[in-house]
Design a protein around this ligand. Structure first.
Ligand SMILES: [Ca+2]
Length: 242
């Protein structure tokens, strides 16, 4: 069973794929959503809404809405390369993080995609900026690639990809926005380890809820190349008008 508008995305290394526009991921009502692969089930918590805009997006209220999974058995391992991809829109830029994806724990070890707090400059980047990060047990060791924060809430629906690769002796983080490389962070990190990864949440754990729309989230267990990021972006452009 093929879905035409998904036919051209990169599938090599794809370990999680939530797509609100695909009825196999979400039928448009009810409190259960599904990854298109790996049999991962998500619960819609506290009134997550849905809009048919862009063929379908989750609507999150920024108060307590999220999607969470308790069967997220994905092959994440220490010292590996990863990619995290999302199409989302933030409605506001408050003095708080808005977390699109957290796979880790509530001490924020693990993998994070999101938007930084307004008005702050720290390892997640300029205030309001999109960021992605892989955080090991030794404290934010592979921090974000960032973009200018005030772009975040004014740019509307955005496609972004965070990749972590190790082309040589150290890890390199890259952030792509709408198919283009936005920033690169060459770290000094040569290895990393995780603690317990016991939380899989989309739209935020408590305190970091997204106020906006999330259309799709993907996770790859390898670093996508710039060409592959472009391929995935191009596969979505018409759908979202981005
Ligand atoms: Ca709610």
């Amino acid at each position: 069973m093929g879905i035409a508008y998904n036919s051209s995305i990169v599938t090599d290394g794809l370990v999680f794929h939530l797509d609100a526009a695909n009825v196999r991921s979400y039928v448009g009502s009810g409190n259960t959503a599904y990854s298109l692969n790996n049999n991962i089930t998500l619960a819609l918590n506290n009134g997550v809404g849905y809009t048919s805009t862009g063929r379908g997006m989750f609507v999150l209220d920024g108060t307590n809405d999220s999607l969470s999974s308790t069967n997220y058995n994905m092959p994440f391992v220490n010292n590996s390369e990863y990619s995290f991809e999302a199409v989302c829109k933030f409605n506001s830029n408050p003095n708080g993080y808005q977390t699109v994806l957290l796979y880790g724990n509530l001490s924020y070890q693990g993998f994070v995609l999101g938007k930084a707090r307004s008005g702050y400059i720290n390892y997640e980047g300029v205030g309001g900026a999109l960021y992605g990060g892989v955080y090991g047990t030794s404290n934010a060791m592979i921090a974000a690639s960032t973009i200018n924060g005030d772009q975040t809430v004014s740019m509307g629906l955005v496609h972004y990809v965070y990749t972590l690769s190790k082309p040589a002796s150290v890890y390199v983080a890259k952030l792509y926005v709408n198919g283009q490389l936005n920033s690169t962070n060459t770290t000094s990190v040569t290895s990393y380890t995780f603690g317990s990864l016991n939380t899989f949440s989309i739209g935020g754990p408590s305190g970091d809820y997204v106020n906006g729309n999330i259309a799709m989230v993907r996770v790859y267990n390898r670093a996508l190349s710039a060409l592959e990021v472009k391929q995935n972006y191009n596969a979505l452009r018409d759908r979202y008008g981005i």
